[in-house]
Design a protein around this ligand. Structure first.
Ligand code: MG
Length: 410
């Protein structure tokens, strides 16, 4: 049944009731035979869940708002889909003209992968309305390729609330319906924290998302029950900790423009201490994946790093660097270094120039004069005693990735 609200200010519930009387039957939306969500309150795609209140947002800006200086532009003003590919890795087959991308056959995903980020997306559903419910302007923004923020024409278009625009599909409706009319440009501003897993692969913290739809907060630190699926919720698995941004093809024409992302640094503090009684195994293949990911997020200091596990008394870190590192010295910590890939030179001992203290018994410098030099390559293991200055040098155009175990000297 096609339902159109022509008088402003009426809630969808009232319109629904009218439509039901006119039509002589209750319009069927959603499902009543799907599993309950984990908190047991509503079924997945529950048609009886309250429809979010309509809140009219500010008028759409005429032009895209320029991205901030440190953003990575995924869809920009130039007709270039180079940041994207099909899910199978083939070139992105969607079309782009005048800075606007039109959905095509099959989902597209970014080549780069992310974990924690701020994402800005602009989309528009067709001004000529065709279809109803889920068949009207359906697309989606898939965070890490797994967690969907629904894209739908939800302007006077009732559907199950956890499937309307800005819903976490199948899980959480938006707090309010902030949709603009069909054809108008709309925005999603998304702050996303990737799920965290313990060393044994079990979930430590779910994916958390805050979404502003047309400037109105509609998801406030909502916690995904798990990866998105239709009529079910998938379980968390450690491979959902990173992933691309993907845009859904749901067979409906939807346009996208001005999509940019800012990676949010993952604070080591977010890695909760693991128990020393927890068994941990990092398979070589897993470390390869970490290595590749680190190589995509190299900072201005020519390095990137992550904490694999923090046991308080000792911790495993993984570091990637593609230029010489600054020398450091720590008087109570021993470094065990396992070189995963690449090559470099370890300088051990000597005199640290530009030395400054960074903590009790810890200092860094700008250069090491003298000392021993040891060439390092993949598979090598090094024990660096406490209290000896050391630095990693990396030839131009090369990199070194190593797993570092920091343990107390006593
Ligand atoms: Mg969708």
């Amino acid at each position: 049944m096609r339902i159109q609200q022509r008088q402003a200010g009426h809630s969808l519930v009232i319109i629904f009731a009218c439509a039901a009387v006119i039509g002589g039957q209750q319009p069927k939306i959603g499902y009543d035979d799907t599993p309950l969500q984990p908190d047991g309150r509503w079924r997945i795609h529950d048609g009886t869940r309250p429809q979010p209140t309509v809140v009219t947002p500010a008028p759409a800006p005429l032009n895209p708002v320029p991205p901030p200086a440190d953003a990575t532009v995924l869809i920009g003003a130039r007709d270039d889909l180079g940041a994207w590919q099909m899910m199978d890795g083939s070139p992105a087959a969607w079309t782009m003209a005048n800075g606007v991308v039109a959905t095509g056959k099959g989902m597209i995903r970014t080549r780069a992968e992310f974990a924690d980020f701020q994402l800005h997306v602009e989309f528009a559903t067709p001004s000529e309305v065709k279809g109803d419910g889920q068949e009207r302007g359906n697309s989606g923004v898939y965070l890490l390729g797994k967690f969907e923020v629904q894209v739908l024409d939800s302007y006077r278009n009732p559907t199950y609330p956890d499937g309307q625009a800005a819903a976490l599909y199948g899980q959480f409706p938006p707090l309010v319906n902030a949709s603009r009319p069909p054809g108008q440009w709309q925005t999603y501003d998304i702050a996303f924290t990737a799920p965290r897993f313990k060393a044994d692969g079990t979930l430590n913290q779910p994916a958390i998302v805050t979404v502003a739809h047309n400037g109105i907060v509609v998801q406030n630190a909502s916690r995904f029950w798990g990866p998105t699926a239709h009529k079910k919720i998938e379980p968390y698995t450690p491979d959902t900790a990173r992933g691309p941004i993907a845009l859904q093809d749901h067979g409906n024409p939807v346009r996208y423009r001005n999509v940019w992302i800012r990676t949010l640094s993952s604070r080591d503090a977010q890695t909760s201490p693991a128990s020393t009684s927890t068994f941990a195994l990092w398979k070589a293949g897993d470390l390869d994946t970490h290595d590749r990911e680190l190589s995509k997020h190299v900072g201005e200091d020519h390095s990137s790093r992550e904490t694999l596990a923090d046991y308080k008394s000792h911790r495993f870190r993984m570091l990637y660097r593609d230029a010489d590192g600054n020398p450091e010295q720590h008087d109570t910590i021993i470094d065990i270094v396992y070189v995963k890939s690449g090559e470099g030179t370890l300088v051990l001992g000597g005199t640290m120039a530009g030395r400054r203290t960074t903590g009790p018994g810890e200092s860094v410098g700008t250069r090491l004069d003298g000392g021993e030099r040891h060439a390092l390559g993949a598979g090598d293991i090094v024990h660096i005693p406490a209290g000896i200055p050391h630095a990693f040098l990396v030839p131009q155009g090369k990199h070194i990735t190593y797993v570092l175990l920091k343990i107390p000297a006593s």
